[in-house]
Design a binder for this molecule. Structure first.
Ligand code: GTR
Length: 403
């Protein structure tokens, strides 16, 4: 049984007074006045704070990693695309630990093509109703549609076509790639299994990389592959993610500057929303319901949010000066839409250091009124937690003029 969880605030009037940790003051107390000092000094300070206290430290790029293209078919999606499936074995001496990248590349484009990447919740076979996609053999949640005893089945093919619209991406001239998050690290409490088992020296450390950290690490390994794939323009890779996978996309995009753009949908606490508002999902809940997501050091903030020396505006600021879009929904109170907006609003300071615009407003915008500046995007749509055609419409507008 789960230990009792502190009640969650859904009343704006109960939001405590808080001060966000400063983005542009160095640990030695000096102001960061230029993008150069941000890049050369403050960025690293913030990254080590977030690694130590929240997401865990991360291993470097593995030396013995191998990529095996085990499927290639130029007749996919009615001849519009080439499907590739690539197995990434992180360490050739431990080949039972791998992730499979599913990639579709538009056939009409002959030069290296920009790509949209996102993790998926229950196996690559969910991404498109294409019988040639390998069904994941990794653990999947029992809640996944079609899962039997934590294994994916044929019944799950194409379940998530709306979440990550591959055919639309192909039609718009982008390659699409997806990876099952659970190939990298299954979403249950075991901080030493899957990819973490490759790094025994990190085990039992309070700053060992967590599940969200592992997913982010896996996204960077996908980028290692794209750098080698001549059909992909690795300088134009957009990272996307919904909800917990948005948390991972943001963290990967924050750390790995090879990603050209990040789009996060309703990633909430541990993603784009401010913890210090203490509105919606609490740190107490997230550390008890999902103890695998963050490193053990993070648990000490469960009922101690005011003492946190960091908050999520720092993660967003690390994406600067690259384009960043946050999408949310009015009924998704668990993720705290206002806290998602205010987090982006706080992060704009760093975009301004680089000479780019901040958001033209100070308050959460009205529903269905998207804002797009030179580098930032935000919308709050009507409806519940999830991702809709409306979200994707706005993302494509943003991507087209900024990638
Ligand atoms: C919820 C969790 C959120 C969000 C979401 C999801 O239960 O409270 O932080 O990540 O799951 O991933 O669907």
């Amino acid at each position: 049984m789960l230990a009792s969880v502190k009640a969650q605030t859904l009343e704006e009037s109960e939001v405590p007074k808080y001060t966000l940790p400063a983005l542009t003051i160095l640990n030695n107390g000096k102001d960061v006045k230029t993008a150069k000092v941000w890049e050369s000094k403050r960025r690293d300070e913030i990254i080590s704070l977030l690694k130590n206290e929240m997401y865990g430290i991360m291993p470097k790029k593995p030396k013995r990693m191998v990529f095996k293209v085990f499927d290639m078919d130029s007749t996919a999606i009615n001849g519009k695309a080439t499907r590739k499936q690539v197995r990434v074995i992180f360490d050739k001496k431990a080949d039972s630990i791998f992730m499979d990248i599913l990639i579709y590349i538009p056939n009409k484009i002959k030069q290296p093509v920009p790509l949209i990447l996102g993790l998926n919740f229950a196996g690559n076979q969910e991404a498109l109703n294409d019988p040639k996609i390998k069904i994941t053999e990794s653990w999947v949640s029992k809640k996944s549609k079609g899962a039997i005893k934590n294994k994916a089945t044929e019944a799950s093919r194409g379940n998530a076509e709306d979440v990550f619209p591959i055919e639309r991406m192909i039609d718009e001239g982008y390659a699409a790639a997806t990876i099952y998050a659970g190939d990298i690290d299954p979403d249950y409490l075991d901080l030493n299994n899957a990819v973490q088992s490759l790094y025994p020296k990190l085990q039992n450390r309070k700053d060992n990389f967590s599940t969200i950290g592992a997913w982010a690490w896996g996204l960077s390994r996908a980028m290692d592959y794209f750098e080698k794939d001549k059909q992909v323009d690795e300088k134009r890779v957009v990272l996307t993610g919904l909800s917990r996978l948005g948390k991972a996309a943001l963290w990967a995009g924050a750390l790995d500057q090879r990603f050209a753009m990040v789009i996060s949908t309703e990633s909430g606490k541990g993603g784009d929303a401010l913890f210090k508002r203490e509105f919606g999902e609490s740190v107490d809940r997230i550390t008890k319901v999902f103890p695998q997501w963050f490193c053990l050091n993070f648990d000490k903030y469960a009922n101690n949010v005011s003492q946190m020396p960091f908050d999520q505006h720092m993660v967003l600021a690390l994406v600067a000066p690259r384009p960043l879009y946050i999408g949310t929904a009015i009924e998704d109170l668990n993720e705290d839409p206002k806290g998602e907006f205010l987090s982006l609003k706080a992060a704009e300071l760093v975009y301004k250091l680089f000479g780019f615009n901040g958001l033209p407003i100070n308050q959460l915008p009205k529903v269905n009124q998207p804002i797009q500046t030179d580098k930032l995007g935000f919308h709050i749509r009507e409806g519940k937690h999830g991702i809709t055609a409306y979200d994707w419409h706005n993302y494509f507008v943003f991507i087209k003029s900024r990638l």
